[in-house]
Design a protein around this ligand. Structure first.
Ligand SMILES: Cc1cc2nc3c(=O)[nH]c(=O)nc-3n(C[C@H](O)[C@H](O)[C@H](O)COP(=O)(O)OP(=O)(O)OC[C@H]3O[C@@H](n4cnc5c(N)ncnc54)[C@H](O)[C@@H]3O)c2cc1C
Length: 546
């Protein structure tokens, strides 16, 4: 039986210590942390894991340099330390990267002042990253000729971190690690609401694919439904101190703008920071910040034009970027936490917006996670563990470290084996990195299994879907371990194919149908048609629901 079906069968069989609603970053870390500590955990998401907000971020683990301007120093300090913690524990998945910031003449701050701010930022992060650098116009021209310096006053360079793969893949590795430690997780299973019977929670769930309804019993219920947290609390009759407001942000993915592995930073016409971020063989540009009322959003013509105008104004391109250059788009809402009575209060909107809060109803053993960032995810996991322990759930593995890549000796053994079998002879000439490092980043210890498959049969090292870098053995691994229900789960979230390759090229790529056969067996054609008949992935926003 397939992993998902087997897990769904188990969901109504036991009394779980904790049921988590939502498999975005907050639900995923909660599941990984609690399972790691030995709790009996179930996790459900009505879409794919990371199928809503957590697939729409800027892929940055950052200390929030821009919050220095609003003097939210405590938040900056906390986020800088969280960023450092991520870099230290995920050295291949969260990489330090330089931000090359260019400042226009007449901007509200002089480059020298911003450079001083970058030093303060560096100190807030305990000097963990490389030191900031002041950039003169000449240096910008020499080092990054793609930047248009006609109206440039100067600039500065500083460090933060980014996810070279994909936010959704980063989230999935927490879900996977939770499953490895006994968590029963299933995607495309929706909570229809829950009832507290005085001792336990009874959650009505629906398998969105098969349509079947059943009940999940748990001692504790965690609402990690992201932008839907308030809605789920209404369904369950839970009152909270905090709730969400939404800010929409978009990104456009275009052909690679600069060969340099750094992020270009500018202040857009509205005064907000926006970035040109490397994404493999492409570049991702964004983002915007527009208050909206609904979590369901899409990229409008106005959004597209805003980003294109701002970027064209600040770059020296052979020809300006137009809509025809857009390979894919990302669009989502930031769930921003505010206190109940503060709704509509702009001051709180700016000040409270980027924090996370966990509201606890102790009498009913209920947690609601509000707000937050990918950057802060390990703190969310640790805080959830502490609260669940206080609620009386026994955690037999209290000292277990629930996060992080395998230690150095395991990695060194992997590198040794990869070298002995000359794995890098299979690296594609156009790849940004060696196959050895990519496989480790995506699968860590599980990459040993891939090496074994390639040693047994060198065809397993062939790229299966032409135009991508995914090997035959990776698709086999995905089939076994990555709970892929729809083709979009694989193309958009477990891999980033749908972000970097035009839709028509994917459709026509030799090998795609064979990959579908490996992933879906008899249903290959149906899943292929379902994906290509749906809204184009390039235009798919968070409305890309079930
Ligand atoms: C444009 C943009 C840029 C960003 N950039 C960054 C960045 O660079 N760095 C950073 O750290 N953060 C960034 N963020 C913030 C970050 O992405 C979010 O804070 C985070 O992803 C929210 O995660 P979440 O788990 O709370 O919500 P989600 O990822 O939305 O997860 C909630 C899940 O709950 C599920 N769900 C909802 N209702 C139900 C139900 N009834 N039953 C079952 N499941 C349900 C949903 O399907 C969803 O998958 C950005 C956000 C945006 C929008």
């Amino acid at each position: 039986m397939e992993l998902r079906e087997s897990n769904i069968q188990q969901l109504d069989q036991s009394l779980y210590d904790v049921l988590i609603i939502g498999g975005g970053i907050n639900g995923a870390v909660a599941a990984a942390a609690l399972s790691g500590k030995g709790a009996r955990v179930a996790l459900i998401d009505q879409r794919d894991f990371a199928g809503f907000t957590s697939q729409q971020s800027s892929n940055l683990a950052w200390g929030g340099i821009k919050y220095l301007e609003s003097r939210d120093f405590a938040l900056v300090r906390k986020l800088c330390l969280s960023r450092n913690h991520l870099i230290r524990n995920y050295p291949s998945q969260v990489e330090e990267i330089r931000f090359f910031a260019t400042i226009d003449e007449g901007f509200r701050f002089h480059p020298l002042l911003l450079w001083a701010g970058a030093w303060a930022y560096w100190l807030f992060g305990n000097g963990f990253t490389k030191i900031p650098r002041l950039l003169f116009k000449r240096m910008i021209e020499r080092e990054e000729p793609v930047v248009n310096t006609r109206n440039t006053a100067g600039g500065f360079e500083y460090s933060d971190a980014y996810l070279p793969d994909n936010d959704a893949r980063f989230v999935f590795q927490f879900v996977r690690s939770a499953m490895d430690r006994g968590c029963i997780a299933a995607n495309y299973v929706e909570s229809l609401g829950a009832r507290w019977d005085g001792a336990i929670w009874l959650t009505r769930a629906r398998d969105v694919i098969a349509g079947k309804q059943f009940e999940i019993r748990s001692r504790v219920l965690i609402n990690a439904a992201g932008p839907f947290a308030d809605e789920h609390n209404r369904l369950t009759g839970v009152q909270t101190e905090h709730h969400h407001l939404f800010s929409k942000g978009i990104h456009l993915i275009v052909p690679r703008i600069t060969p340099n592995q750094r992020i270009l930073a500018f202040f857009a016409d509205d005064g907000r920071l926006f970035f040109v971020i490397p994404m493999g063989i492409r570049t991702c540009i964004g983002t915007t910040d527009t208050r909206v009322e609904s979590p369901f959003t899409e990229v409008t013509d106005e959004d597209r034009q805003f980003v294109l105008d701002n970027i064209n104004k600040r770059l020296n391109l052979v020809r300006p970027l137009t809509r025809h250059d857009i390979i894919a788009e990302r669009c989502g809402v930031r769930p921003l936490v505010v206190k109940m009575q503060a709704e509509g209060n702009t001051r709180d909107w700016l000040q409270l917006s980027r924090k996370h809060e966990i509201d606890v109803d102790r009498a009913k053993a209920h947690l609601s996670i509000f707000g937050g960032k990918l950057t802060d995810c390990l703190n969310v996991g640790n805080e959830v563990v502490e609260i669940v322990r206080e609620l009386g759930i026994e955690l037999p593995h209290r000292n277990c470290r629930w996060y992080g890549e395998p230690d150095r000796t395991v990695r060194e053994e992997y590198l040794r084996q990869a070298k002995l079998m000359k794995l890098d002879s299979y690296t594609l000439p156009e790849s940004r990195e060696s196959l050895t490092s990519r496989l480790w980043r995506c699968y860590d210890e599980k990459a040993f299994g891939l090496l074994e498959e390639i040693r047994a049969d060198s065809q397993q090292a062939e790229v299966l879907i032409e135009g991508t870098e995914y090997l035959r053995c990776e698709i086999r691994l995905a089939k076994r371990r990555e709970m892929i229900v729809k083709l979009e789960d694989f193309l958009r979230r477990r891999s980033k194919i749908a972000l970097v390759m035009p839709r028509e090229d994917i459709r026509n790529a030799p090998g795609l149908m064979e990959a579908c056969e490996m992933l879906f067996g008899d249903q290959a054609r149906e899943k292929f048609d379902e994906y290509f008949q749906s809204q184009p992935a390039a235009r798919l926003s968070s409305t890309g629901s079930v």
